[in-house]
Design a protein around this ligand. Sequence first.
Ligand SMILES: [Zn+2]
Ligand SMILES: [Zn+2]
Length: 63
Amino acid sequence: MSHHETCGRCGGSGQISCNLCHGTGRMVQPGSYGSEIPCPECGGTGKDTCHACSGSGTVKLDD
Ligand SMILES: [Zn+2]
Ligand SMILES: [Zn+2]
C-alpha cells in the first residue's frame, strides 16, 4: 500500500526558493560590477519547482 503525504521539502506548495539566486530572482552577472541579470535558473521568479515532489506538493510514501 502507499499513501500521499504533504511534501516536507516545500511544505505542500510545490515550489522552493531557487538555489541559484536564493529566491531573489536576480543575480549579479559574473565578471561585471553590480550588473544584475534575471536568474537563468528560475527565469527571474525566484522560485523553482520542488524536485522532491515534482511540483505536486505531495509525495507518495509506501506503507
Ligand atoms: Zn533563481
Ligand atoms: Zn515538494
